[in-house]
Design a protein around this ligand. Structure first.
Ligand code: SAH
Length: 258
């Protein structure tokens, strides 16, 4: 619902700041995202952070203040790289970071509905805190594990957004039924052959009764979510309860209204 502005002329744009620009578009150059990139539905700019280094060794990192292992991306170099990217004021500035706000389908939907983000990819032990604060970077995490750099995380984030852009997925509906879009995991899918190693497709799916198919899918989605993701299930139950109370309150009001 949020991602629908059909008359928007400017294509969605991702600007990535990285020490490894050769990693882009990488896997986003093929299939759904790649075709959309070729068609000009979105665009990608990968900028080398090292181009903003100023000393003769072109150094981008240094040892952590206070000691400890590894290296940290320098605030001055990264800030210069962000400033050189000259991002329009309305575009979100993100930093891929395990400490960040979790990337969810809702976050992807919000980002896809906007003009497209600037994405900073960290390396080594991370980036100097002062550049996060001074450039107001929003930290986003793709999960509770540590990657060796922000590039793969950025590819994940961009992929999740691009497939939601108008004209990227084949059918408009194919986004609405999916896992997370309603707060439930997706129901199981089947296709030909009708019989696979002795297992038939569930009868109901070949019955032609659309209402029964929809009810079966909903029941399956609920059962899967309850079994596998108690966290999502609890949230979904809450939202159903709220919806029931809301419609439950509305009903008597509308009868007295006439
Ligand atoms: N020392 C840091 C981890 C640095 S990993 C810490 O413990 O928090 C190096 C870079 O990889 C990070 O700066 C970030 O850009 C990226 N990265 C690692 N894990 C990530 C995750 N789960 N989500 C998003 N980016 C991640």
């Amino acid at each position: 619902m949020t991602a629908s502005f059909p008359t928007e002329p400017a294509p969605w744009r991702a600007t990535v700041l990285t020490l490894f620009p050769e990693m882009f578009p990488g896997p986003l150059g093929v299939s759904l995202a790649g075709r959309a990139l070729g068609a000009g539905i979105w665009s990608l700019e990968a900028r080398d952070i090292r181009a903003s280094a100023t000393d003769k060794h072109r150094s981008v990192d240094d040892t952590p203040a206070g000691g400890g292992p590894g290296m940290v991306l320098r605030a001055d170099v990264l800030a210069a790289a962000i400033d050189a990217a000259d991002i329009a004021p309305g575009r979100p500035r993100l930093l891929m970071s395990p400490r960040g706000r979790p990337l969810t389908q809702a976050v992807a939907r919000e980002l896809a509905a906007g003009p497209g983000p600037l994405i900073v990819c960290g390396r080594f032990e991370g980036v100097d805190q002062r550049v996060i604060d001074a450039r107001e970077l929003i930290e986003v995490s793709i999960g509770d594990y540590v990657l060796s750099g922000g590039e793969i995380a950025a590819l994940v984030l961009i992929d999740a957004c691009v497939r939601l852009l108008p004209g990227v997925m084949g059918k408009l509906e194919s986004g609405n039924d999916e896992s997370f879009s309603e707060g439930l995991l997706e129901y199981p899918q089947y296709t030909r052959p009708q019989l696979f190693e002795g297992h038939p497709i569930p009868d109901i799916l070949t019955s032609g009764d659309h209402a029964k198919v929809a009810a079966w899918r909903r029941a399956q989605a609920e059962a899967l979510t309850e079994a596998r993701r108690p966290d999502l299930w609890a949230k979904w139950r809450d939202s159903q309860d709220r919806e029931q109370r809301r419609t439950g309150q509305k009903a008597p009001k509308s009868t007295t209204d006439g």
